[in-house]
Write a protein that binds this ligand. Structure first.
Ligand code: PBG
Length: 350
C-alpha cells in the first residue's frame, strides 16, 4: 500500500493554464510535502501495523461451523475447531491477540447467568483449544454476564435494578473461571463500579498475578452495539437498556474519572468504546494518563462501513484503513476491530 505510485492526473491544456495565477508570495507551501507518494511517506506521522490489531471472534457450539452474522457481512460465528483454524490465520498475520465472545443458546441462559461459571462453557473450551494450538497468541476473554443472562444484562437483575455489588461478586467468579481456562487477559466490559479492583485481588489470591486486565473503562450506552447483540443472541432477550451502568453518551469529563478509577484499581490497559464516534475520548484519555489505551471499533461501526461498501457506496478497503489510522492518530495503542484479518492481510500484501 505504502509503495503505490501517485495516480497521474491527465494533462489538461484548458482553463488552468489560461487563468493568470494570483501572486501569493508564499514562503510556506504545505503542499510541497505532499507532492509525491515518496514525499508523503517521508512525513507520515502514523502507521498502522498488524501489532495494532485485536480480532474479536464470535463462538458457537458444534463442529465445523462458520455461521454468518447477518448484520455484519464478512463476520462469522465459529465452532471451537473452526475458531482454532481462524485464530491460526490471525497468528500467521502477526495479530497479537484475539478476543472471544460466545453465542449462547436461550436454553443455557438463566437469571443468574450461571453458564458464566461453567468450566466447560464455550469460551473456556475455545480458550483452552486456542492456547493449546497457539501458545504465543494472546487470548482475551470478556467479563460480563450478558451472554448468559435470560434478561440480557451484564449484571444481576433485582426487579428493574441491575445490582452493583452482587454483580461484582458474579463477575469475579466469571473472571476466575476464564483465568483457569488459560485466558491471558480478562476484559471486564460490564461497567459495574469496583469490579476491576475486585477481579484483580481475586486473581492475585488465586495465583493468577500474571493475568492482565484490560478494562472497558469508558464504555458508553451506545446504539452502535446492535449487530453484536444479534451475533451473541441477546437482542431479543435484553429487557430495557443499559443506561444505569454504561456511560451517558453526552459525557466526556466523566470518562476521565472512570478511567482514573480503573487505573487505581489495577487495570493494566484501558479501553474506550465505541470507537470513531468517541475519538475525542480516546485522545483525552491517552493525553491525560499515558496508559496503554485501546479503542473498540464496535459492531455497528463495522456494519456501517461493510454495509455501505457492499452497496458500492464507499470504497470499503479505503474506508476501513482510514478508520483504523484515525484511531492511531488519536493516540490509541491498539484497536479491537472486526476488520483485523482483512486489514492485516492488506498490510501484508503491501
Ligand atoms: C457486552 C459487550 C457488548 C460489546 C462487547 N461486550 C455489548 C453491550 O454492551 O451490549 C459490544 C461490542 C460490539 O458492538 O462490537 N458486555
Amino acid at each position: 500500500m505504502l509503495h503505490r505510485a501517485t495516480t497521474p492526473i491527465p494533462a489538461d491544456q484548458g482553463p488552468a493554464l489560461e487563468r493568470p495565477p494570483v501572486h501569493l508570495g508564499l514562503a510556506r507551501r504545505p503542499r510541497r510535502n505532499r507532492k509525491a507518494e515518496w514525499a508523503r511517506r517521508l512525513v507520515r506521522e502514523n502507521v498502522l501495523t498488524a501489532d495494532d490489531l485485536i480480532w474479536p471472534m464470535f463462538l458457537v457450539d458444534g463442529e465445523r461451523r462458520r455461521d454468518p452474522v447477518a448484520s455484519m457481512p464478512g463476520v462469522y460465528r465459529f465452532s471451537v475447531d473452526e475458531a482454532v483454524r481462524a485464530a491460526r490465520r490471525a497468528f500467521e498475520l502477526e495479530i497479537p491477540a484475539v478476543a472471544l465472545f460466545p453465542y449462547t443458546d436461550a436454553a443455557l441462559r438463566d437469571e443468574g447467568g450461571s453458564e458464566a461459571f461453567n468450566a466447560e462453557n464455550l469460551v473456556c473450551r475455545a480458550c483452552r483449544a486456542i492456547k493449546a494450538a497457539l501458545p504465543n497468541l494472546g487470548v482475551i476473554t470478556d467479563v460480563a454476564l450478558d451472554p448468559y443472562t435470560s434478561h440480557g444484562h451484564d449484571g444481576l437483575l433485582h426487579g428493574e435494578e441491575v445490582l452493583n455489588d452482587a454483580s461484582v461478586s458474579a463477575l469475579v467468579d466469571q473472571a476466575l473461571n476464564q483465568a483457569r481456562a488459560g485466558a491471558d487477559i480478562v476484559a471486564p466490559s460490564d461497567m459495574m463500579d469496583g469490579r476491576v479492583g475486585a477481579i484483580r485481588s481475586a486473581l492475585d489470591d488465586a495465583g493468577f498475578d500474571a493475568v492482565q486486565i484490560m478494562s472497558y473503562a469508558a464504555k458508553y450506552a451506545s446504539a452502535f452495539y446492535g449487530p453484536f447483540r444479534d451475533a451473541i443472541g441477546t437482542s431479543a432477550a435484553l429487557r430495557g437498556d443499559k443506561r444505569t451502568y454504561q456511560m451517558d453518551i453526552a459525557n466526556g469529563a466523566e470518562a476521565l474519572r472512570e478511567v482514573a478509577l480503573d487505573i487505581a484499581e489495577g487495570a493494566d490497559m484501558i479501553m474506550v468504546k465505541p470507537g470513531l464516534p468517541y475519538l475525542d475520548i480516546v485522545y483525552r484519555v491517552k493525553m491525560e494518563f499515558g496508559m496503554p489505551t485501546f479503542a473498540y471499533q464496535v459492531s455497528g461501526e463495522y456494519a456501517m462501513i461493510a454495509g455501505a461498501a457492499a452497496n458500492g457506496w464507499i470504497d470499503g478497503r479505503k474506508a476501513m484503513l482510514e478508520s483504523l489510522i484515525a484511531f492511531k492518530r488519536a493516540g490509541a495503542d491498539g484497536i479491537l476491530t472486526y476488520f483485523a484479518i482483512e486489514a492485516a492481510e492488506h498490510l501484508r500484501a503491501g
